[in-house]
Design a binder for this molecule. Structure first.
Ligand code: BT5
Length: 332
């Protein structure tokens, strides 16, 4: 069917959109079929596909279908509408992939445009930096964004800072929690990691062809026992006094995140990151602290003074030397 913006909407997406809009209310197959412009049998088929994916749609004979209020699901069509006129986004939604960064990278290599976004419910080979694994169970936000910035390759780390800042501001706006950014690629809540960023690029010496900004946010997903001491999720941090876990709306979060990221990126392109860096510094939990940055060939300790215009961390060592590090693990 064509929606009010003239966009062809997949039958699955329109059915999910309608059930999401009327959560808690049964809608007949006939009504859904009419709006989606398909047969009742086609509606039944799409609903059973969605149930197999784990979307808890309830079916009642001779009444219809209903999406419960508690269902934690990314509603692609609500996301598209929320971004319409703000970001010209191409959403590619998957139930399961190896890594959204790999899928987005393949798409970028064959010409996908800026703001092509790959989002998956789960990743079976989610990646951190340096070949580390990223745990990506259902309930999180696992996405990768294709960008084609006009910048030299040495400045690409700024995009990781931009993405981290956008995530922290999204969390603060959407949940009222106090998220902070940690150099180079983390977002933290109460000292624990709630989000990691993995940026990759294709470039020659002077010019970036494309970047893939991978963002992993722990939202409603469980945190592995092994990671409990260092990682947290939005739902865990939003626990009520009775210890009841809140389900955070991932569709709203993703909408806000992409809006904030687009605004940051537009400004970034006009001032080369000057104002983004100002905002990053004010949300930073790294600056002003004693840190050790460990990379493949060095370990540098000292006071984190500032970030430079390419996103490098400026450190003053105990013997008064000032050094800039461009990558590594930052221990505080
Ligand atoms: C990162 O690496 O923090 C980058 C993570 C990027 C994940 C996104 S998800 C969407 C996109 N597709 C991908 O395949 N990746 C991106 P790093 O700084 O190296 O941190 C990795 C370390 O964080 C691991 O060694 C664990 O200790 C820890 N970790 C693993 N899973 C985690 C999780 N879900 N939450 C918090 N920490 C985690």
């Amino acid at each position: 069917m064509l929606d009010d913006m003239g966009i062809c909407v997949l039958t699955r997406d329109i059915i999910l959109f309608l059930l999401d809009r009327d959560r808690g209310i049964f809608r007949s197959g006939e009504e859904l079929a009419k709006i989606a412009g398909v047969s009742r049998a086609a509606v039944g088929k799409q609903v059973s596909h969605m149930k197999k994916e784990g979307i808890p749609i309830m079916s009642r004979r001779s009444t219809g279908y209903m999406l419960p209020h508690s269902a934690d699901v990314i509603v692609a069509e609500r996301l598209r509408r929320g971004l319409s006129g703000i970001v010209d986004v191409q959403i590619h939604e998957y139930d399961e992939v190896g890594s959204t960064n790999d899928v987005a990278g393949d798409m970028a290599r064959i010409g996908a445009g800026e703001w092509s976004v790959v989002v998956a419910e789960t990743q079976h080979a989610g990646k951190g930096r340096l070949g580390r694994a990223w745990d990506s169970q259902r309930g999180g936000l696992w996405l990768s964004v294709v960008l084609r910035p006009d910048m030299p390759p040495r400045s690409v780390p700024l995009l990781s800072l931009l993405a981290g800042l956008s995530v922290a501001n999204t969390i603060n706006e959407h949940t009222g929690l106090d998220a902070r950014v940690k150099w180079p690629n983390d977002v933290k809540l109460n000292g624990k990691k709630v989000c990691g960023i993995l940026s990759t690029m294709s470039a020659d010496a002077q010019k970036v062809h494309h970047c893939v900004i991978g963002i992993g946010i722990n939202v409603n997903n469980p945190i592995l026992n092994d990671l409990q001491g260092i990682a947290t999720s939005l739902s865990q941090e939003s626990c009520g006094k009775m210890g009841d876990r809140r389900i955070v709306d991932r569709t709203d979060m993703l909408t806000i995140l992409l809006r904030i990221m687009k605004t940051e990126y537009d400004t970034f392109q006009t001032d080369n990151g000057t104002s983004m860096l100002k905002r990053w510094r004010s949300l930073s939990e790294t600056l002003g602290r004693n840190v050790t940055v460990v990379s493949a060939d060095s370990s540098i300790s000292g006071l984190a003074m500032n970030v430079d215009s390419d996103g490098g961390l400026i450190i003053r060592t105990p013997d008064g030397e000032t050094l800039t590090v461009h990558a590594g693990d930052c221990l505080i």
